[in-house]
Design a protein around this ligand. Structure first.
Ligand code: GLU
Length: 392
């Protein structure tokens, strides 16, 4: 591959580990607000530097609807879904053409990947998509991912690319998810209305942070779509991935990666999980609930055991064997998720009974456990926030 510039040294914040795969989410305003030509050229230049330094880079880009509006001369973002979808159909093509022109200057190839929730929730499609992304990366291309807005009906739409970006970071086993927006991350107050607002450079513990912010201040810092950005950062950090929310509007990607005042860094909240566990915990749709007693909760959370029928008090939903379900305590807290070995109807027959009684109640006993430990992810009592992530 020919580069038109020598790869520059890439400096990153000292809290970040050596990176191998990075997902960068780019919001529409960065791509279309006045000054966009220069901004996008700078951004693509920085992405090129990351790529040239040997990193695997995936871009999750918004902007289809905004580009479509421009082409179709619509002044206001349409609220009707068919018109939004038509805009996206027109705009996605323009968006990609722009990326192609910009990246071509650095000799970098790109590939378009358009998705809906359905593509991620189906385990088969999820793992196929993963192969496609890895293949593109192996070919030295930069995948550019967006929601497939023109086919998405309400139930399968992400609606915004923050969560899509987080899901792609999980899928691609990224080390870092960078969410570029028009503010330099989180502030303890609304920086637009309060000049004494202080920037938050690092969030070490997501649960402490959310607990502390679970008051009016949360509303304040959630302006401008910060709530979904925070949610996206929470998902990846709980899966063991670093996240940055930073200013890609007035500042550069390079600043966001290197300067604490340009972004908020979220440290991983646990060791990295396997891809299957990540899918179970954060992507697959929960098809029902198993409500368990205190003994089963302690066995699952404290002693790392499988879930047996004895501890199950009730079942909600109509799921099949192999579906993903939540495991809840009797006071409604979801403590784990897993893939059930039995259907909802079968579990209703064997709930509260001993494992030795499964065969007589069901006529067969293919499994001792309702959810085997290997197919379960505990969502509470996470290890210390500073736990270093391990390799997948
Ligand atoms: N997928 C939408 C688009 O490309 C953007 C959603 C968002 O702004 O996050 O226009």
């Amino acid at each position: 591959m020919i580069y038109f510039h020598a790869p520059m040294h890439l400096s990153i914040r000292k809290e970040l580990p050596r990176l191998s795969t990075v997902v960068v989410k780019i919001g529409s305003r960065i791509l279309t607000a006045p000054g966009h030509e220069k901004r996008v050229a700078g951004l693509v230049g920085d992405l090129g530097v990351l790529h040239a330094s040997g990193l695997r880079v995936i871009v999750v880009s918004s902007g289809a609807i905004a580009h479509g509006m421009e082409t179709l001369a619509l002044k206001k973002r349409p609220s009707a879904i068919p018109l939004q979808q038509a805009c996206a159909a027109v705009g996605q093509y323009r968006l990609m053409r722009r990326y192609e022109d910009f990246f071509a200057a650095s000799g970098i190839r790109i590939g378009q990947v358009l998705l809906t929730w359905d593509d991620l929730r189906s385990k088969k499609r999820y793992f196929n998509l993963r192969n496609t992304l890895f293949q593109l990366l192996d070919l030295d291309a930069i995948p550019i991912v967006n929601e497939n807005d023109s086919v998405g009906v309400e139930e399968i739409r992400f609606g915004n690319n923050d969560i899509l970006g987080a899901q792609i970071a999980l899928l691609a086993q990224a080390d870092l998810f960078v969410n570029l927006t028009d503010v330099g991350g989180l502030y303890d107050r609304n920086p637009h209305t309060d000049t004494s607002a202080r920037h938050i450079p690092v969030v070490a513990s997501m649960s402490t942070f959310i607990r502390k912010m679970a008051d009016d201040r949360m509303k304040e810092i959630s302006v401008g779509g910060m709530a979904t950005k925070l949610k996206a950062a929470e998902i990846v950090s709980r899966a063991g991935i670093y996240a940055l929310i930073g200013d890609g509007f007035d500042q550069s990607l390079r600043d966001v990666l290197s300067k604490p005042r340009s972004a908020t860094l979220f440290l991983p909240q646990r060791r990295r999980m396997s891809s299957r566990h990540r899918w179970i915990a954060f992507t697959g749709q929960s098809c029902g609930k198993l409500i368990i007693d205190e003994g089963a909760r302690a066995a699952v959370v404290k002693r790392g055991k499988s879930l047996l029928p004895a501890g199950i008090r009730s079942v909600t939903g109509a799921f099949k064997a192999g579906d993903t379900v939540d495991i809840d305590t009797q006071n409604g807290k979801t403590i784990a998720r897993g893939m059930a070995n039995y259907s909802a109807d079968e579990i209703r027959i064997i709930q509260s009974c001993k494992t030795s009684e499964i065969a007589s109640r069901l006529g067969e006993k293919p499994f001792d456990e309702v959810i085997h430990r290997n197919n379960m992810v505990v969502l509470v009592s996470l290890p210390s926030p500073s736990a270093a992530p391990s390799a997948d």
